[in-house]
Design a protein around this ligand. Sequence first.
Ligand code: HEM
Length: 466
Amino acid sequence: MTQEPVYPPPEPYTPNFLRRIRRGLYSWFGLLNEWDFRIPVGALRFMGLNLLLVNEPAAVRQVMVSEVEAFPKHPYMLWILEPLIGRGIFAVNGEEWAQQRRLLDQAFQMAQLQRVMPQMAAACQASLARLEAQVAGDLVAGRSVDADAEMTLVTADVIVRTILSRSLEGAEAEAIFAAFTRYQKRAGRALMLRLLRLPRRRLQGYLARDAAPIRAWLAAAIDARLNAPAAHTPGDLLAALIEARDPETGACFSREQLLDQVCVLFLAGHETSASALGMAVYLLGCFPEVQQRLRAEVLEVLGSRAGAPDRPLGFEDLRQLSYGAAIFNETLRLYPPLSFFSRESQANTELAGSRCPMRALVTISPWVIQRHEQHWSEPNAFRPERFLSDANADDRRWARDAFLPYGLGPRKCPGAAFAQQEALLVLAELVRRFEVLPDPEHEPELVARLTLRSRNGIRVRLRARS
Ligand code: HEM
C-alpha cells in the first residue's frame, strides 16, 4: 500500500441534510458522506429541491457531452459569480454562451501557446528570484516558505502578463488576493445559504463588496488600452479579445463584455493553476523519489537538446517532460481545483437508472469521481505512473473515463493547454534550482469553496542546489 498524501476523509453517513449544510458552510466537502465515494448516483430531496450527485462515467458523459443542452449550468452558479464576473462565459448558457465561446476560442488561437511562452518564462524567473531571496534568509532562521502564496503570485503574474502585458507584484497583488480570498469564502457560504432559500439579492449584495476592487482594477486596465493609440498596443490576450470577431455574426465584444471576460480569465486562469501548483509542490516535498525522477528528466531533456544546459527551459523542452506531465495529472486527480460542477436538468429524465426530475440540481464532482472506490485502485494514493503511456489497462481506462479536472464536452476548459504548459515550467524550474523538503510541523488543511485551497497555506522547506 502506497503512502497517502493529505485529504479530509469524508464524514460517516447521516440522513440529516441540515447538519451536512452546516458543515458545508465551511467547505462544501462537508455535504459529502463516505457513501458518496461508492455509489453510481446519489439522490435526495431538500426543501422542495431535488439534488443528484452523479458519479457513473456514462451518466457523467450524458450530462456534460451527449445531452449537454438538457443540462445547462445551474442558476446558482451565475448568482454566486455574477458580482465578480458579470455575464462572463463561465456561468452563462445557450446562445449567450455559444457566441462568447466562439470569440474566446478565436482569441486563444491568436495568442498561441508558443507566443505566450516569453511572458510565462519571465513570471517564472521572477518567482525563482523571490524564492531565492526568501530561502537565503529563511535557511538561517530555519523557517519554511509558503508555497501556496508563491504559487498564487506566480500564476497571477503569468495571467496578468499574458492578458495585459504588465507584471503584478507587491502591494497591488496583495490587495487583489485579499479581496479574492474574502470573495471565495463568502461565495462558498452564499451557495449553502441559497440552498436554504436566502434571497438572491441579499447574497449578491454581500459578495459585491469584495468583487468591486477586483473589477475596478481590471476595468482601469481595459479602459487604458481602449483609449491608447493603436500603434502602442501590444499583441497580448487582451488585444486578441478586442480583435476577435464572431465568424457567424461578425460581432465583437462590447466594453462591458470585455471586462466580464477578462475577469473570468483572470480568475479561472490563476486561481485554478495556483491551487494545483500549490498541491504539486506539497506532493514533491512528500515524495522525494518522485521529485528526484522529475529532476533527472528535466536535466536529461536539457542535456539532449541544443543550447547551454543552464539555459531556461523552452517551449519544446516542456513537451518532452512526460513524467512531469504525469505528476501534474496525478495532482489534478487527487486535488482537482474545481471540485464540483453544477447543472440543472431541463426535463424529467433518468441518469444511470435513477430518476432525475426536471429542475434538479445535478452535481458532478471530480473530487468524488477521481477518488471513487469503484474506479481507481488505491484511490487516495499518489502514483504518477497511472498517467504514463505504459500504465496498466485499468489505469488507462480510468484516466480516460473517470478523470475530468478540466471538465468535459463543449464547456471543457479552453485554458487546459495553457495551464499544463505553465505548471510544467514552474515545477521543472523549481526542482532544478531547489530541493523541496516537507515541513514536519505543517499539514495543509483543505477547504473546497469556489476552488480547492489550503486554509493554512502550504509550507515546504527549500534547499538551494548548487
Ligand atoms: C489547472 C488549471 C485549470 C483547471 C483545473 C481548470 C478547470 C476548468 C473546468 C473544470 C472548467 C469547466 C467547468 C464546468 O464545466 O462547469 C473550466 C472552464 C473554463 N476555464 Fe479553466 N481550468 C484551469 C485553467 C484555466 C486557464 C489557465 C484559463 C485561461 C487562461 C482557463 C479558462 C477557463 C474558461 C474561460 C472557462 C469557461 C469555459 C466555458 O464555459 O465555455 N482555465 N476550467
